[in-house]
Design a protein around this ligand. Structure first.
Ligand code: F6P
Length: 544
């Protein structure tokens, strides 16, 4: 454990930010823009193909200067160096945090426990490439000699959300004569519906699990095996229809998947940071090894930027620090991510695990409870759908909800100028949220006095706009790395461990205890609270 460090709320920059907030809280974005014609251009930064306009935030140059001072006081630069060089910064699990090594170039050397991890990463990448190409080309055949047409990824959390998000995000680049499905839920419906119309002879399962002990994944993996073997008849078929991605080869072997069908990764890759490891095998089969490698190049470009750029121009640092500004000084409790790109429809749910499993913590690295807020709730939907459901609350609700808008200058699917319509909506929303419409303006337009309060918009609602030229494997990689490092920045300021997830354990343990109580033929002795006991009894009574 680290030595106890100065509490965050006692740091000079924190105190200065608290005072600065008092000066800023009633200043409207209208004033900030009116008094500064260069603001929209100046408060912007660009890296790895991503342009970030952060001018529509409730900040001044002084805010940024103080936030950067806070980052310096929290030793963000040292923490970045510690992460990139393989220090065991995941102190509660005593692990290095090296997802950045997953995209390091072949000639780089990064050591964890004395082993050059980059060499291992590239060895696995090369094996993945060969296998993916074989499946894509139809050289890898099923047990009965049929071509593989369906790939089903079985996994959960980071072993599912990354693969499904990346597959959908890069669907444009995917091999169209193959079908990719993702089964995660222990609810049997997920598996049954995914496989309903598929032929086991043409179906390959990728069992993705870092631990290879996750209950849901193992249950689905066994269901998949039974489903395959029912049709294929022989245990020998497993080697043509099952591959595993895991950091636990012993457990994989117990399941019956041989070494040749295993793709490894390492304990220094956190589940929610693993989509660019072998966990991305389904992505690689879908988009091909070359595209996968350009996705890694995008990650790498953002890594380099994060590692080297001054915080004033550093996209992940700026985004992380702006989140801290809103969460800790404005009392913000939720943040929205709004991609104006249909292919990014799963990006918000991917970010939910990345942000909330990483920073939804209340104990510091020193083992003490925090006295400030940490991760907010992240949520979102692709535009323009959200506009016709929850944007009402963003514009006129009682909560301040900072939003990230994500848009692309070029569409992958040009249809009758629809892309301009989409982007007009994005720009219009950020303008409306920032500047609103006063009652006076509404009345001047002819709205009667009684209706004017309903039709006016307070504005002053902050947004970031991320503008990217085109959605490609490379820009997707950069976008994901941007959020990874923004999450890291926040975790450093809050002095928490962004890389463990103890909060998921209790529910798992209690469920294990309950399984026999639900399964047993005779009435079980129940020792829970009266609510849980009653629910279990009622479930047992009516489940038949
Ligand atoms: O839910 C907790 C968790 O450990 C996540 O962090 C992880 O992504 C998920 O479960 C799946 O774990 P595994 O890849 O070991 O099956």
């Amino acid at each position: 454990m680290n030595a106890v460090s100065q509490p965050l709320t006692e740091r000079p920059a924190w105190k200065a930010l608290a005072a600065h907030y008092q000066a800023m809280r009633n200043i409207h974005l209208r004033q900030l823009f009116a008094g500064d014609s260069g603001r929209g251009k100046r408060l912007a930064a660009e890296a790895a193909g991503i342009y970030l306009d952060y001018s529509k935030n409730r900040i001044t140059d002084e805010t940024i200067q103080l936030l950067v001072q806070l980052a310096d006081e929290c030793r963000l630069r040292d923490r970045i160096d510690a992460m990139f060089s393989g220090d065991k910064i995941n102190v509660t699990e005593r692990r290095a945090v090296l997802h950045t090594a997953l995209r390091a170039p072949k000639d780089e050397q990064i050591f964890a426990d004395g082993v050059d991890v980059v060499a291992e990463v590239h060895e696995v990448l090369d094996r993945m490439s060969v296998f993916s190409q074989q499946v894509r080309d139809g050289q890898w055949l099923g047990y009965t000699g049929k071509r593989i047409k369906n790939v089903i990824n079985i996994g959960l959390g980071g072993s599912d959300l990354g693969p499904v998000m990346a597959y959908e995000a890069l669907h444009y680049y995917s091999q169209r004569d193959m079908r990719f499905l993702f089964v995660s839920n222990v609810d049997g419906t997920d598996f049954v519906e995914a496989t309903r119309y598929l032929n086991p002879e043409e179906t390959l399962f990728i069992i993705c699990s870092k631990t290879f002990t996750t209950l849901e994944t193992m249950v689905n993996a066994h269901a998949a095996r039974a489903w395959s073997l029912r049709k294929l008849g022989s245990e020998e078929a497993v080697s043509r229809h099952f591959v595993a991605v895991s950091a636990n080869p012993e457990e994989v072997a117990k399941f019956g998947i041989g070494e040749a069908n295993q793709f490894g990764f390492w304990d220094w890759v956190g589940g929610r940071y693993s989509m660019d490891s072998a966990i991305g095998l389904s992505t690689m089969i879908a988009i091909g090894p070359e595209n996968f490698r350009s996705m890694l190049a995008g990650f790498r470009a953002m890594d380099e930027h994060f590692r080297t750029a001054p915080f004033e121009r550093n996209l992940p640092a700026l985004m992380g620090l702006l989140s801290v500004w809103y969460i800790n000084f404005f009392g913000v409790q939720t943040m929205a991510v709004l991609p104006y790109e249909q292919y990014l429809k799963y990006f918000p749910s991917y970010l939910q695990q990345l942000t909330m499993e990483s920073n939804g913590k209340h104990i510091t690295l020193d083992g003490l409870p925090v006295d400030y807020h940490t991760a907010p709730v992240y949520w979102g939907e692709p535009g323009t759908n959200g506009q016709h459901s929850f944007y009402q609350l963003l514009h006129q609700g009682m909560q301040l909800i900072p939003c990230d808008f994500i848009g692309f200058c070029q569409t992958l699917n040009p249809v009758n100028g629809q892309h301009d319509l989409l982007m007009a909506n994005l720009f219009a929303q950020t303008e409306a949220l920032a500047f609103g419409k006063t009652e006076q303006e509404v009345k001047t337009e002819g709205t009667p006095d009684w209706l004017a309060p309903h039709r006016s918009f307070e504005g002053n609602r902050p947004t970031n706009t991320l503008l990217v030229e085109r959605l490609t494997p490379q820009t997707l990689g950069a976008l994901i790395a941007l959020y990874e490092h923004s999450v890291f920045t926040q975790g450093v300021i809050w002095h928490i461990n962004s890389f463990d997830q103890w909060g998921v354990e209790l529910g798992k343990v209690l469920a294990q205890r309950m399984i026999p109580e639900l399964e047993s033929a005779s009435e079980p002795q129940l020792n829970h609270d009266s609510s849980t006991n009653t629910l279990i009894r009622r479930y047992r009574q009516f489940r038949a």
